[in-house]
Structures are given as structure tokens and as C-alpha cells.
Design a protein around this ligand. Structure first.
Ligand SMILES: [Zn+2]
Length: 460
């Protein structure tokens, strides 16, 4: 066996300098870690109180159930509560079988505070939908279905905050926490491809639990969905901007006309509610990362919910990987208001588009007469809103690559300017130093963005 050569002291010094450059540059350029401003955001207790108040003020169309599920076999027992708000804009009915049924879930991950704020705004808007109906009136003139009639035939079940226990941990200061009160990601706890682990699996982010539906939060949602049989399941998250459909655990959307119609709905939603910025399509394909044991895949695959969706409503691509509040939530009042209003209204946009979907009951099949429901006239939507479709997939990664390429190119230019003027030792040292700096910058960019990307992908 030949003797291993370790190089001379110069090489060793070079390696040490390179290491120091990389380490030092990884610490720079970080903004202070953002904290939630509770002058803008509600606390968990304020949210729950406000939900009760809205429902109490509108008893003819809203009612709240306090659902409690527990795992008594664990020591100590683990219990979880969640509020489920039933909203029937046409007035309460006992039989929901002849209505369009939407099951909307917010606050599954504790650190995504903004989603809960959207739920609260949606409840406020449903309590007084006059502004949306006024807007819809203008749309109707452009050939859209009658939102008033659709609302009249719709029943919502809204969970404003699925993961109350996880939210408590976030409010205690663990701003990067997404899991529930005992360290399980409830969006990995569903029995579809459960427990499958990718090579970069990180238990601190996505521990799926000891077995499927071990977690009270997931078990409660399963019971609710099984009984309610929704046409639409919507799981609302943050960390990026995307409108996802199944599958999360495969890099493909399901085959068939229903899935294709769902994709078309999402692409229209992207134009109207996301300025064309949202990634659309299968979660697994669009983020380039597979998630196993998710609620959206289960709802579609096992409970046969035709429109099974995950909306990602906000993300800050430039946030440092430790700066979780900033990464998942707007930090200014202005942006907060914009995101909350936009994504609460997006439900009404969805309701405008639903009658065109083949899995949604037509006016004829619904319990009450729908005056102007039915198929969406071709081109009507485009007449209302002209927007350019622009799919941005993995924008953060692309931006970071672009930025690194620019740095490298600049270094290259710099590099090519030097050698003709100087030859020998000084020139050589300069070239090596510049190459090292370039390598350090690229390594720093790679390490930081890889970690950032990892956490952002955990938004689902
Ligand atoms: Zn999430």
C-alpha cells in the first residue's frame, strides 16, 4: 500500500484559512431574529375568545363545538382541544348531504401564526359577507356564477387553530416549533405512506408519531372528515406561496379528469389570488421534496375528498434559517393586512370557481334552487381578471443560485484581470486567495440555503 502523502505545511495553512473563511462568512449578514408583535397578531387566547364571540353574535348561521381528544395510554395522558366552527350562510340545516361541504383547517403548525389570523378574518367575513357579495355582483355581470346562491348552498366546517398545544410552545418563545404539544408533526401522522423517511429526514421537524393517528389532533380531524364527507379539504400553511393538490408523497398529480379539473381551478386561483406567483400542482413535485403521512394525501386517497388541497399563503425567501417568525409570517402591519385580507377572500374566489368542477354537485342536485350557478362560461374569468401565469418553482433556490453565479462571475472577471500583469509567487498567491474566497462564499451560500430550504419545505 503506498504511503499517504499529506502535503506540506503550506497546504495545511491553506486548508485552515479556507475553513476559517467559510465559518466566518456563515455568521455574517444576519438580521436580528424577528419576534411576533402581539399588537399586530392575536395571542392564542385572544383568537379562541374572538372565535366564540363571532359565533355567539351570529347564532343563525354559526355554531362552535369544542372538540377534545386524548391519548390516555401515554404517561402522562396527552390531550388536545380544537374549536370547530360550523358556518351555514343560508341558515342552519340538520342535513348537510345536499350542500357543498368545505372543511378548512388552519394553524396545523404552531409557528405559522398568520394562517390562524386568516381563519379569524374569514369568520368575520362570513358573518358579514356584504363586501364580498358586492364584489361578486360585479363579477356576475362578467358572467361568473352567483356567489350569493353558492353561499346559500354551502356549509363550512372551519378549524381556526388545529394545533393549540404547539401554538402554546411557540408563544412561550420557541418560534421554530411546528409540531404538536408532544413533539409530533400531525401532518405526518396520517395513515397514507405513513412513516416513510427520506434520506434527509429530520425528526426535529417531522417526527410522524409512534403509529398512524397516534395524535389526538389528527384523530379528531379524521373523525370530523369521516362524518362530514367534504367536497373540499383545505389545509392552510405558510412558508412559501403555493396551491397544492395531491400527491405530497409522490412527484405527480393523480390521473383523471377530476384531478385535471382541480389543477385548472388552482391555476385560475393562482392568477386571481396569488398574482401568478404560487407554485401549483402536486406538493411532492412542485417543491421537489416528498412528504409522507400527510392529511391532504389521506383525504384524497382514502376518504375520496375530490378537492383535497394545501394552500401555502406566505413565505419570506430571504429569512435566515433560524429566523422562523420572519420566514413564516409577515412582520409589518401592512403586509399582515394584505396577506390576511387576500387569503380570507380567496375562499370566495374558490367558491366562484367551484360550480365548474365536475365533482361539485350542480344546482339541480342541491337542496335549494341556485339561480345562476352551473358551469363557468368560457373566458368569463379572463374577462374579470387578466394576469400572467408565472409559475415559480423553488424560487428561493433559484434566486440563491443566481446570486452565487453572479458573485462567481464577478470574481472570475476580477481573476482574469490579474495574471497578465503579475507573474510568479505574488500572482499565484493572489489567485489562490481569490479562488478560496470564492469557494468560501459558495460554500456559505450552499450551506445556508440548503438549511433554509429544508425548513421552508417543511411548511407542508
Ligand atoms: Zn405548515
Amino acid at each position: 500500500m503506498p504511503e499517504t502523502r499529506h502535503g506540506g505545511p503550506l497546504l495545511q495553512i491553506y486548508v485552515i484559512v479556507l475553513f476559517l473563511l467559510t465559518g466566518a462568512s456563515a455568521e455574517d449578514e444576519q438580521q436580528p431574529i424577528a419576534q411576533p408583535d402581539f399588537a399586530i397578531y392575536h395571542t392564542k387566547e385572544q383568537i379562541l375568545e374572538e372565535v366564540d364571540n363571532i359565533a355567539k353574535a351570529n347564532p343563525h348561521i354559526m355554531k362552535v363545538e369544542n372538540v377534545e381528544y386524548g391519548d390516555e395510554s401515554s404517561d402522562p395522558p396527552y390531550r388536545a382541544n380544537m374549536k370547530v366552527v360550523t358556518v351555514e350562510p343560508g341558515g342552519h340545516t340538520r342535513d348537510h348531504s345536499r350542500k357543498i361541504r368545505l372543511l378548512l383547517n388552519y394553524g396545523e403548525h404552531g409557528r405559522e401564526l398568520i394562517t390562524v389570523e386568516v381563519a379569524l378574518r374569514l369568520l368575520q367575513t362570513l358573518a358579514d359577507p356584504s363586501a364580498e357579495l358586492e364584489m361578486a355582483e360585479r363579477w356576475r355581470e362578467a358572467g361568473m356564477p352567483d356567489l350569493r346562491a353558492t353561499l346559500h348552498n354551502t356549509v363550512f366546517k372551519i378549524i381556526p387553530m388545529e394545533n393549540e398545544r404547539g401554538r402554546e410552545i411557540v408563544e412561550e418563545g420557541a418560534l421554530c416549533e411546528r409540531k404538536n404539544g408532544r413533539g409530533v408533526d400531525t401532518n405526518r401522522n396520517w395513515e397514507v405512506h405513513w412513516g416513510f423517511k427520506e434520506s434527509d429526514y429530520d425528526p426535529s421537524e417531522e417526527f410522524p408519531g409512534e403509529k398512524p393517528f397516534s395524535e389526538p389532533e389528527a384523530a379528531a380531524l379524521l373523525a370530523l372528515a369521516t362524518q362530514f364527507k367534504p367536497h373540499v379539504w383545505m389545509n392552510v400553511h405558510s412558508g412559501m406561496e403555493a396551491l397544492f393538490m395531491p400527491y405530497d408523497h409522490l412527484a405527480a398529480i393523480p390521473k383523471g379528469a377530476t384531478a385535471q379539473a382541480t389543477l385548472e381551478v388552482l391555476e385560475k386561483m393562482n392568477n386571481i389570488s396569488c398574482g401568478g406567483r404560487c407554485a401549483t400542482g402536486s406538493g411532492g413535485k412542485s417543491v421537489g421534496y416528498l412528504a409522507h403521512g400527510t392529511a391532504t394525501d389521506y383525504m384524497y386517497d382514502r376518504l375520496k375528498v375530490p378537492l383535497s388541497l394545501t394552500w401555502e399563503i406566505y413565505g419570506d425567501n430571504d429569512a435566515h434559517f433560524n429566523d422562523c417568525f420572519r420566514m413564516f409570517n409577515p412582520t409589518t402591519r401592512e403586509k399582515f393586512d394584505e396577506v390576511v385580507a387576500n387569503w380570507a377572500n380567496a375562499i370566495f374566489v374558490l367558491l366562484e370557481l367551484l360550480p365548474a368542477h365536475p365533482a361539485i354537485p350542480t344546482a339541480r342536485n342541491l337542496g335549494r334552487k341556485v339561480e345562476a350557478g352551473g358551469l363557468l362560461p368560457r373566458g368569463a374569468l379572463e374577462a374579470v381578471k387578466e394576469a400572467k401565469v408565472e409559475r415559480r418553482l423553488g424560487s428561493a433556490m433559484h434566486m440563491s443560485m443566481h446570486s452565487n453565479m453572479t458573485d462567481s462571475a464577478r470574481l472570475g472577471e476580477h481573476l482574469f484581470g490579474i495574471p497578465q500583469a503579475r507573474k510568479g509567487l505574488i500572482g499565484g498567491v493572489c489567485v489562490v486567495a481569490i479562488l478560496s474566497l470564492g469557494l468560501a462564499v459558495m460554500l456559505k451560500g450552499y450551506v445556508t440555503k440548503k438549511r433554509t430550504r429544508r425548513r421552508r419545505l417543511q411548511s407542508v
